[in-house]
Ligand binder design. Sequence first.
Ligand code: BGC
Length: 889
Amino acid sequence: MIEPIWLLAAAATLSGVANANPAQFEHRADKLEAHLQQRGDAGAPEAVSPPHYPSPWMNPNADGWEAAYIQAKQFVSQMTLMEKVNLTTGVGWEGEQCVGQVGAVPRLGLTSMCMQDSPVGVRDTDFNSVFTSGQTAAATFDRALLYARGLAMGQEHRGKGVTVQLGPVAGPLGRAPEGGRNWEGFAPDPVLTGISIAETIRGIQDAGVIACAKHFIGNEQEHFRQVGEAQGYGYNITQTLSSNIDDKTMHEMYLWPFADAIRAGVGSVMCSYNQINNSYACQNSKMLNNLLKGELGFQGFVMTDWQAHQSGVSSALAGLDMSMPGDTVFNSGLSYWGPNLTLAVVNGTLPEWRLDDMAMRIMAAFFKVGNTVGSQVPINFDSWTLDTYGPVHFAAGVGHQQINHHVDVRADHGTLIREIAAKGTVLLKNTNNALPLNKPKFLVVVGDDAGSNPDGPNGCSDRGCDNGTLAMAWGSGSANFPYMVTPDAALQAKAISDGTVYQSILANNRPDTTEALVSQDGVTAIVFVNADSGEGYINVAGNEGDRLNLTIWHEGDQLIKNVSSLCNNTIVVIHSTGPVIVDEWYDSPNVTAILWAGIPGQESGNSIVDVLYGAVNPAARTPFTWGSSRESYGTDVLYEPNSQTPQLDFTEGVFIDYRHFDKTNQTPRYEFGYGLSYTTFSYANLNVQKVPVAPYTPNEGYTEPAPTISTTNASTNLADYLFPNSTLSHVWQYIYPYLNTSSSGKEASGDLHYGEPADKYLPPNATDGSAQPYLPASDKISPGGNAALYDILYTITADVTNTGPVTGDEVPQLYVSLGGPDDPPVVLRGFDRIHDLAPGQTGVFSAVLTRRDLSNWDTVKQDWVISNYTKTVYVGSSSRKLSLKQTLA
Ligand code: BGC
């Protein structure tokens, strides 16, 4: 396949001075045309991402950002050009203590901002907690727990001196169940993910830490996300994967939860490695300028994923605000920004308002979460070693000092983690009152997933192995365990206190002893199995991040079949990063109960004991569908490159997960939203009330022009920007904002268009700072899109009664049929977890339907519209158990 010409220059010449790199702008329509003609012979034209310029600047009146804007303006207006550049560019891989840090502004008292993984706790340190995965937290369907988890994680990051927690995750959404990082996100449903990410963000930011919604966008698989990584596995690719997503699917699925994140006030967004419609996410003006900052009114800053930065000025004009970790590739000592950004502003290629806007966005996010300059918690850990003393500049090996203070930030979060994991455990099957357990006479636990990793809970770096019980999956989305309670340890302790006889075989491959043990009289057997996945840079048993299949690992199916053939009370517990195929044994009468315990975190064993013995009555719901084969999902990972720029066409549109099963009329093993309890519930009295509301008005008019933040007349003498050798010693590989030459010649800049007027090679309007027309779906002040989209059009209530023997929580769910021929049969629009309903007690489920909930994206109007098709409201206990129904007037 022929590569898009304007992307070939991505690995631009770098000389330490400006790299305007014009050849790679998306707008080169002439080249595109030629390219498409050439490709026409070979097949369908590739997806193309249309240009959108200029990059929207911050809005001083944006809801929730007003005070932060004022503070930011006060600060940024005092900054020099190079200080601003320093804020936008990371210091390079392993240049400081966090996984990413930008330059400090010592003159104004601002210490370096620290970006640190992960979405489950503080990564690469000690004395931190390991929370449940996002996916497991989503299974609670409990807003308060999602918030509490975010708050606790935020507090731990704050205590370590972190400025930005690199999470939560809404990309991947979970297009394919095999996707390696689905567990880092929440669910393959935009509403469940949207609510979950918003609550998590509120929690993190209430703790004084900036959240980072990632990975924007279309980051749905690990294969081919990075060229070097893929080449390392032997794939012949030259550009990263392009996720080809049409406008309607983008809005109705993948962008939806990011709108919720922005509405929740998220301070930063991470652009992803992949391309979207053949334009890199971190320089995709359609995604960043148009959708994120224009339509959704995002006021915070966009940072690259690590090494996802591909170009200099072009990415700045396309809406990028921060380069992470700052170097072009790890430890190159070169940067697309840093000195290049300094020179680009000095020589007028990049308008200063765009640099000011980057600095404003970064500082506004900093102030918005409650930081003040000078009172940041000092960074007190080091990502590259747990040694107490070492080099503060790890890559260069210089600056020996105390780098780890081993600050214990855990507080009593273990209790919360135990609760979330228990309340996120889904009871999939329960027959013959197998559960809850009540002082069983003889309990046998089988499986390597019940025991510990022989190398300890942190024995595999970034959890890159599947040894022992699966309490955390692998990749940058992990954290180091402070301890990990195995199911075996917790169940044994419980058994002993109950007087139960307890024996365990913590291996899957001991058929003789296992059979002998489970065939003894009166045994209750619990088989623990798992299926793991993670991030693409680690390959576990041939799984290069993405799962190779949906089956249970380590011959777990065989283990379950062996045990259940001999023991008529076999309970199965699954730890996994998504659905697994359960067909071989799920309906065996001897398999009396099945639980999905997700990725539970450090309290794994305690949480499962709470559920198995009924201290927590399960109410969690599966946040994805369990199909009977991988084919039944209709989507999959692209495992072999179909070109040197692999093309992943999202041809299924909005039909992923339950929407696909419903559309194709397949009966899944367990449907999205399904989960049992130790009690039962009935639903009645659906009441739908229309709320009077003004009609929708598309936004119109014009923004303010790009503001002037600083009035410093920056010098145009390049000698003023040279490295200050007399006052600073140069750290090897470190990225600075200073130039290393004052020659602006063509040779020095490596700029093919040196000397040409910028408007000859920049995209039309890219440097235009004049007032810009509002997009119809945007809002003048409200982040998240046109505020009228969030108007409540209907309120819904229903009665939920506990008809069983014990107190329990219930998760009523609200679904809608939008009624059109291209719409899914039903889509989730709301839910609640009603707590502690006593036997016989009735609780009221209330939910609302907003205008957005009832709209489709109109690709012609470029706005949301409510179609004329009849809309139907459903309330029930899962996506397929919808006992209450009413048509909307
Ligand atoms: C991951 C990000 C992570 C970053 C920093 C990347 O490889 O995709 O999710 O935040 O590394 O560790």
